[in-house]
Design a protein around this ligand. Structure first.
Ligand code: ZN
Length: 367
């Protein structure tokens, strides 16, 4: 047997030589956790859920529908007890009609399409009035809410060439009108704090910014600071007390839940969704659970995963309901895409789950 071993044509073990270790660039370092833990399967949510933050339209693609097979998506929703999905891609005009026809009308109650506001028209004379007419028209067409994207405060300019902040009086007028029309406003302001910080070795999202350099807003000659933008976000919410707001991505400040909580306490018309922030919330799961417990009627379920999958819904249920520790928030990605860390679950108490999953969203959507 020994001689047979010696005749084995395979090379010796694939050990990396020490000299090569010194040459491995950081981008090729993909450490695999050696923590051995049992995985809790949470295949269904404690209550049927509404995904308040998703993208089903043609706006984030090359012009094709995000979802090719709507029936297959409905099958995933049925299997995972997803009562409804909010589609934030309705835009305005004919595109809004097309989204409503494809989703809301084909599967009544399962999809709710939000419109957007064409803020670029603020660069034209009479643009502010045109936007009031536009949002009224979108409500007539059947929009169920309004999505405001982060370009407001970062890129949108008015006639004078100045960047329009979220608390600009013209924005306040349009979103006050949204409230009068019964439309909740889901708003995304700024971006992760690290995207506003210097691009240096201390930046906690360097991996991600290296792959998407236009997500970096740290140039102070061009962009406001994170805190200035979030202050404007809060001022907008306070200036429109008759409009229900949903601060996207955990109030756009998942790294600063004290800030989020201050606005929740200040403004009864303010709510937040958890979409796209498992990485952030999963590194402070006890603080997150504390916020939900203090504001059980103000936090909404959402994923911002598009196209969403069966696996992602189960991962979200596991994150909210189990007490699992140290797991991947983006399974299958060689490098965690939103921060090089693992997450731990929030273990939310059962009594908090129906509100977060469904009831708070139902109230805001009027269903
Ligand atoms: Zn989104």
């Amino acid at each position: 047997m020994v001689s047979e071993f010696l005749r084995d044509p395979r090379p010796p073990a694939q050990a990396v030589r020490v000299t090569e270790i010194d040459d491995i660039p950081l981008r090729e370092w993909t450490p695999h956790s050696q923590v051995r833990l049992t995985r809790t399967a949470v295949d269904l949510p404690a209550a049927p859920c509404i995904d308040i933050h998703n993208h089903l339209g043609r706006w984030l693609t090359d012009g094709d529908w995000m979802i090719h097979d709507v029936e297959a998506l409905v099958a995933v929703m049925d299997a995972r007890h997803v009562e409804a999905i909010v589609n934030l891609d309705g835009m305005w005009g004919d595109e809004l009609d097309a989204n409503i026809a494809r989703y809301d009308l084909r599967h009544p109650g399962r999809f709710h399409t939000f419109c957007q506001v064409e803020w670029s028209r603020l660069s034209e004379p009479g643009g502010a009035d045109a936007l009031l007419r536009q949002i009224e028209r979108s409500a007539q067409q059947g929009a169920r809410g309004v999505k405001v994207w982060k370009d407001l405060g970062l890129h949108v300019r008015d006639e004078s060439g100045a960047i329009v902040r979220p608390d600009d009086p013209r924005v306040v007028a349009v979103l006050t009108r949204a409230g009068e029309l019964g439309l909740p406003v889901l708003i995304h302001t700024a971006d992760p704090i690290a995207f506003f910080a210097p691009l240096d070795p201390d930046n906690e999202r360097l991996d991600e910014l290296r792959g998407a350099k236009d997500w970096w807003f740290g140039d102070r000659t061009r962009y406001a600071t994170f805190d200035e933008l979030l202050d404007a976000h809060a001022a907008l919410v306070r200036a429109c007390p008759g409009t229900d707001f949903i601060g996207a991505h955990m109030g756009c400040a998942a790294e600063d839940l004290d800030r989020v909580e201050r606005l929740l306490e200040d403004a009864p018309n303010y709510h937040v969704d958890i979409a796209g922030r498992m990485a952030e919330l999963g590194r402070q799961p006890r603080r997150f659970a504390q916020l939900v417990a203090r504001h059980p009627d103000r936090v909404l379920f959402g994923t911002d995963i598009y196209p969403v999958t069966d696996e992602q819904y189960r991962l979200h249920y596991r994150f909210l309901e189990s007490a699992d520790e140290s797991f991947e928030y983006a399974p299958g990605e060689p490098i965690p895409p939103q921060g090089r860390w693992a997450v731990s679950a929030a273990a939310l108490p059962q009594e908090l789950l129906p509100g977060l999953y469904r009831d708070n969203a139902r109230r805001l959507l009027g269903v």
